[in-house]
Design a protein around this ligand. Sequence first.
Ligand code: NAD
Ligand code: ZN
Length: 265
Amino acid sequence: MASSPCTGGLAGETRWVEDLDGARGLVARAGSVVALTGAGISTDSGIPDFRGPQGVWTRNPEAERLSDISHYLADPEIRRRSWASRLDAPAWTAEPNPGHRALAQLEQAGRLDWLLTQNIDGLHQLAGNSPERVVELHGTMRDCICMDCGDRRPMPDVLDRVRAGEADPSCEICGGILKSATVSFGQQLDPENLHAAELAVRAADLLLTVGTSLGVYPVAALVPIAVRLGADLVFVNSEPTPFDDLAAHVIRGNISDVLPALVPA
Ligand code: NAD
Ligand code: ZN
């Protein structure tokens, strides 16, 4: 059963509640629940998304173009700007919100097998989800990696060097270019992470996507894989996604309100 989006007003409100009830039933009954989260789950923690109405790229399309790895590697000025914005990233002071906490509770209740995330902010782990059940498909901003020798270390250590005056710090081992351990446009996802995500989705009875516009591949391709193998889909997102017609329930509410209501008492 595909549901129509909530459009507000009384009819919309009724639909929302019906979908919430249906989704709650699926979460309670499914043998294996897998969640796929995106930037929308962290907006209530003060971290803007990219493509929502107030998104970083919606407001500044040039920022999307500059996020390609080729610009980062070729242009020291872009790297200097990237380091300055890493220093100020809202995620360093952000706290998990009720949406993150609901997914942690779902795992603690034994109802969440895997948490696949496109987010790089680490808030799921801070909320209490086990790191071994979280697959960070787009990497993490909490680590820094050398683009030449692969040396990996905690990002705060490198940010200390930026604060001390190195505008574009280089690798202390090989002199190579350093970058956050995140996947930029033009970079491949870690094949092991992608494989783990595919296995999780293949085994899922329910795929719960939260706060993602499902516009970034190959992650978005996990959705039709789940459907093909018979999983139910529940989407929680304030805007439509290209896959809404495939979903058993689409809940257009705010994630911080909806997710706590989906977790079995
Ligand atoms: P996106 O920006 O493309 O989509 C986010 C979606 O969430 C939008 O459709 C928006 O309408 C919805 N949304 C935002 N706040 C919401 C709320 N409170 N309740 C309900 N819906 C809400 O995000 P994406 O699909 O994750 O793709 C963006 C890419 O950017 C990802 O690859 C991710 O790595 C990266 N990113 C990560 C972060 C983070 O780690 N927090 C932040 C920005 C971007
Ligand atoms: Zn190096």
